[in-house]
Structure formats: structure tokens, C-alpha cells
Ligand binder design. Structure first.
Ligand SMILES: *Cc1c(COP(=O)(O)O)cnc(C)c1O
Length: 308
């Protein structure tokens, strides 16, 4: 299990690459949720999401260990982040995407310097392909979340929040698992009084069910619009951290996610993706179970297809 030391180390390693993103206050969201509401703006991060934090920490580690090539299996934010950091470090990358990947996503990965390999339609097909390519070419496969370096990199968000808003009471994080586990370690091992609440779509509630069952429980394929949160089960490394530290988990509906995404665009003038909007949705619908607190919602990314 990672510890806060790993997150502090990650922060040093990635500081030349990633932005320290701002924390935005919203008066309207504060009024609606009866808390002082802040948003950690990772949609303004390099490559448009927090994924560059973990990817940078992991790819730099791989290069230190001698890798001259990296692969990933993701048509989304993780694929873009890996392609970007590999290019920065001067090594080639291949991102394995589904055969039906959206043209806009494929183009974004290419624009960051990644090569595209199309394979199957499920992650069960893509993962082995990405691992195989890595083995063939003296490379390293970069997993999306279930990895100590990835988790530690994502956790650097937690350290920044503690510095940027000293009297923070509550931090609200989308699940996934990688992002949340890193933030949990960073914050609970530095300032344990701070409460951390995870948010999942109702239709992708694998972590909710796993916490209830006290063991990793998988769900069948989900179609939530929050495409960054479509995991079918929690990670072997991330789940024990959630079990140990997570204070609360709330679920939000697809409609609540859409309304929250529109609210952030119209009122806060910020374009975020549905996976980010789950935290705002929880606050807007008074699901956090708190009032009068200083609350930070993590806005995890802003990559949306404008046509959609
Ligand atoms: C990947 C992603 C998540 C979930 O991250 P995990 O590390 O799997 O917890 C949330 N939001 C966005 C925008 C993402 O890209």
C-alpha cells in the first residue's frame, strides 16, 4: 500500500510537467448546497485531466528503469496523458484503442505524439494487446489506476488542496479508484480530520457494492455518460485504501450529472466532462449530508466532444 511519502516524492518528480491548478469558489453553488463550495480545477490541467499526474510519475519511473517505449490501453484521458508525457521524455508510445474509438479521441492522442493501435471493443481485448506490445519492444505497459506510481501521482491533488485551502473540511472525489485512493492517502496521512466523500454514478456503482459486500464485487458493463468512471470493479490496490479511509460514498443519477455539468458551464463558465460533474451533482442535490463547511469538489477533467 502506498503512503504519503510516495505522494510527496511524486510531487517532486512531476512538478516540472504538471500545473498546480487553481481552486475556484462558487457563490451560487455555495447557496444551493449550504456550504462554502470550492472546485479544484483539474479540467485546466495539461492534457485536460488529472491523468497526467499519475502518468508522468509512472512513465518517468519506467524510463529510470530502462524503458525506451511505453504502451497504454485507453481511448480516453489516460491514453492522451501517456502519449503526452512519452513525447516530452523523448520516447515513443503506442495507445491501444477500441476499433470503434471516436475520431476526435484518436486525433487527440495522435496530436500528443502517440501511435494508435486499434484492437477489439472491450478492455479484455485491449489490455493484453498493450502488454504484449510493451514486452515485444523493451517497453513498459502503463496501467490506468491500479499501480502505486499512478496512485501516488494522482494523490498530489490532495497535497495541493491542503495548501491552497488551509481550512478545508471536506473533499469530494469521483470514483474510479485511482484518483480517490491517492487523495485519501495524501490527506488522511497529513490531516486526518478532513472528511473525504466519494461519488459514483448510480449505473456504475461497483465501488458502492464492493464496500457494502466488504469485498471486490464486479458489475456488468455500464453505459453511464461519465465515461471516465465506467470501471466494472475496484482495483486490487485501490480498494483496500478506500476501505480503510473513505468517510462516505454517495450515488448520483444520469440526470443529476447532466444538470450539474450544465450548471458549471452556464454559471461558473467552466467546461467540464460528465465524470467531473458527479461531485457537483452530489453537492447540488444535498447528498453530502453536511452544512456550513468548506467543501472542495474535485473537477477531474474537461475533455468533451463538442459535437456531442
Ligand atoms: C480517469 C478519470 C476519472 C477516474 O479516475 P480513477 O483514477 O479511475 O479514479 C475521473 N474523471 C476523469 C475526468 C477521468 O479521466
Amino acid at each position: 500500500m502506498i503512503i504519503v511519502h510516495d505522494v510527496l516524492q511524486a510531487r517532486e518528480i512531476i512538478k516540472e510537467v504538471v500545473h498546480e491548478t487553481p481552486i475556484l469558489h462558487s457563490s451560487q453553488l455555495s447557496t444551493i448546497s449550504e456550504n462554502q463550495m470550492y472546485c479544484k480545477a483539474e479540467h485546466l490541467q495539461k492534457t485536460g485531466s488529472f491523468k497526467i499526474r499519475g502518468a508522468t510519475n509512472k512513465v518517468k519511473q519506467a524510463v529510470r528503469e530502462g524503458a525506451t517505449y511505453v504502451t497504454a490501453a485507453s481511448s480516453g484521458n489516460h491514453g492522451q496523458a501517456v502519449a503526452y508525457i512519452a513525447k516530452q521524455l523523448g520516447i515513443p508510445s503506442t495507445i491501444v484503442v477500441p476499433v470503434d474509438a471516436k475520431e476526435s479521441k484518436v486525433n487527440a492522442i495522435k496530436a500528443y505524439g502517440g501511435s494508435i493501435e486499434k484492437c477489439g471493443t472491450t478492455s479484455a481485448e485491449r489490455l493484453p494487446k498493450a502488454k504484449e506490445l510493451a514486452v515485444q519492444h523493451n517497453g513498459t505497459f502503463i496501467p490506468p489506476y491500479d499501480d502505486p506510481f499512478i496512485m501516488a501521482g494522482q494523490g498530489t491533488i490532495g497535497l495541493e488542496i491542503l495548501e491552497q485551502l488551509e481550512d478545508v473540511d471536506v473533499v469530494v472525489v469521483p470514483i474510479g479508484g485511482g484518483l480517490l485512493s491517492g487523495i485519501l492517502v495524501a490527506i488522511k496521512q497529513t490531516k486526518p480530520k478532513v472528511k473525504i466523500i466519494g461519488v459514483e454514478p448510480e449505473t456504475a456503482n461497483d465501488t458502492y457494492l464492493s464496500l457494502q459486500n466488504k469485498k471486490i464485487t464486479s458489475i456488468t458493463r455500464t453505459s453511464t455518460i461519465a465515461d471516465g468512471l465506467r470501471t466494472s470493479q475496484p482495483g486490487d490496490m485501490t480498494f483496500p485504501i478506500l476501505q480503510q479511509y473513505l468517510d462516505d460514498l454517495v450515488l448520483v443519477s444520469e440526470e443529476e450529472i447532466k444538470v450539474a455539468q450544465n450548471f458549471v458551464l452556464e454559471r461558473m463558465k467552466q467546461l467540464i466532462e460528465p465524470s467531473s460533474a458527479v461531485t457537483v451533482a452530489a453537492a447540488m442535490n444535498k447528498k453530502l449530508g453536511i452544512t456550513g463547511k468548506n467543501v472542495v469538489c474535485v473537477l477531474s477533467g474537461g475533455n468533451v466532444d463538442i459535437q456531442v
